[in-house]
Design a protein around this ligand. Structure first.
Ligand SMILES: [Zn+2]
Length: 235
């Protein structure tokens, strides 16, 4: 079966891509440039990953989304929220505040509908692959099963072909996604999952904290040291 993957270059989209590729092929990987702080790192990561998996890669520039996004994920004058590991599951508390501070207006809805433009030119049924996860669905409703179902209902009207949004990771939490990444031998060295665009992963943002916890729960202390070398120096 054919498909388009939304590839940010982070853990979730990479594992979603690798899971789908176990039994299917992908025609195109899309990465979006909307002025996010990690733009350069994400574009590089996604390009390397797409090449590694032999998939055509296209970057879509969305300058209007940059203009309309006023949160810390894009606006570098605002400080990115940092979370303690104990705060990651506070879906009504600190985790909700963090999600609010990195929100991008209708990001997933927009990306999926752009991907559907490309999917309409593929043989049916064609899939749009996204790296949602159950852990973040509590604070990001556009990662939820309900969202996937509603989008698929919408696509049946807005496109002329059988196009299906599918997220192979949406029922998994971050620890389970890391476990799948290890099983599938994803190229960890190419990933970029940090909200910042610094030389090294910051280790403090919500995305870094969730990944570190998941790696630790999988007994991957060596991989934590490789991905977060500055952290081990500080410890
Ligand atoms: Zn980070």
């Amino acid at each position: 079966m054919a498909g388009v993957v939304l590839l940010s270059g982070g853990l979730d989209s990479t594992v979603a891509m690798a899971l789908f590729l176990e039994q299917n092929t992908l025609d195109l990987a899309l990465t979006f440039d909307y002025g996010q702080r990690a733009r350069e790192r994400e574009l590089q990561a996604a390009a390397s990953l797409a090449e590694c998996y032999g998939i055509n890669h296209k970057v879509i520039k969305l300058p209007f989304l940059e203009e309309e996004t006023h949160t810390a994920l894009v606006d570098s004058t605002q400080s990115l929220p940092s979370l303690k590991p104990t705060e990651l599951d506070e879906v009504q508390g600190r985790a909700a505040v963090s999600a609010h501070n990195v929100w991008v207006p209708n990001r997933n809805g927009l990306f999926i509908n752009i991907a559907a433009v490309f999917a309409e030119n593929l043989p049916e049924p064609s899939y749009i692959i996204a790296g949602f996860n159950r852990e973040e669905a509590g604070t990001f409703p556009d990662n939820s099963q309900a969202f996937i179902e509603k989008i698929n209902a919408s696509l049946s009207y807005s496109t002329s072909k059988n196009i299906i949004l599918f997220s192979p990771t949406s029922l998994l939490d971050k620890t389970e996604i890391v476990k799948e990444g290890l099983r599938l031998h994803i190229p960890w060295q190419f990933l970029w999952s940090c909200y910042t665009g610094m030389e090294l992963w910051c280790g403090a943002c919500e995305s870094c904290q969730r990944l570190k916890r998941a790696l630790s729960l999988n007994g991957q202390e060596d991989l934590i040291e490789k991905l977060f070398p500055q952290q081990s120096e500080l410890d």
